[in-house]
Design a protein around this ligand. Structure first.
Ligand SMILES: [Zn+2]
Length: 196
């Protein structure tokens, strides 16, 4: 069975501030009892571990009859926080559109431009934050992080992956988690997702 995450990326958070901003967001999520304060290694994929769901989260989501109990704590079910160069690697498995930030030309999910973006993602993770991808339509070299993709691929320094959590855009939520985090850190956040 595949696992999925609902993600939040913070495109404008500076690299140097990312660790302190991550701490603020974690503190807020712990205070709201949405996550537990202590990391475990088996609730996420990353080797650094993640935060298991907190005791209050189920009560802040309106389940429809028979809906999957998202926070049963079984398997991969925790929050992974990144305060470092970040690419939403699991987003490329469900990619749909890629749009040039200059000419707005849109490319489909199996267009070879995606492989150029993947190469730029590798360069970004190695420290080349201005890695560029040439548009095959308008021939402008655009920074990889400015290409619009569905889902959002990150190219940022602060991100959160909520493994096994339903999308925050769902009407079933009684709490606005993107706003909660955005208010705690003082930067806008964007929702994304990924699947193994
Ligand atoms: Zn273009």
């Amino acid at each position: 069975m595949s696992s999925y995450h609902t993600g939040l990326v913070v495109p404008l958070a500076p690299l140097n501030d990312a660790p302190i901003l991550a701490e603020r967001a974690i503190r807020e999520l712990v205070e709201q009892k949405l996550i537990r304060p202590t990391k475990t290694l088996d609730c996420v994929f990353g080797k650094a571990g993640g935060y298991p769901p907190g005791p209050r989260v189920s009560s802040l989501y309106e389940f429809f009859a028979g809906e999957h109990r998202y926070w049963d704590g079984k398997g991969i079910n925790g929050v992974e926080v990144y305060s470092e160069p970040y690419i939403n690697l699991w987003g490329s498995t469900i990619r749909s559109t890629l749009e040039c930030p200059h000419c707005r030309c849109s490319f489909h999910s199996d267009h070879y431009l995606w492989s150029y973006l993947a190469r730029a993602a590798g360069q970004f993770l190695q420290g080349n934050y201005e890695a560029k991808v040439d548009c095959v339509e308008c021939h402008v070299a655009n920074e990889a992080r400015r290409w619009r993709t569905e889902p959002h691929l990150g190219f940022c320094f602060l991100a959160f992956e909520f493994w096994g959590w339903p999308p925050f855009s769902s009407d079933a939520w009684r709490i606005d988690i993107p706003k909660l985090i955005s208010d705690a850190i003082g930067y806008e956040v964007a929702e994304t997702c990924g699947r193994t």
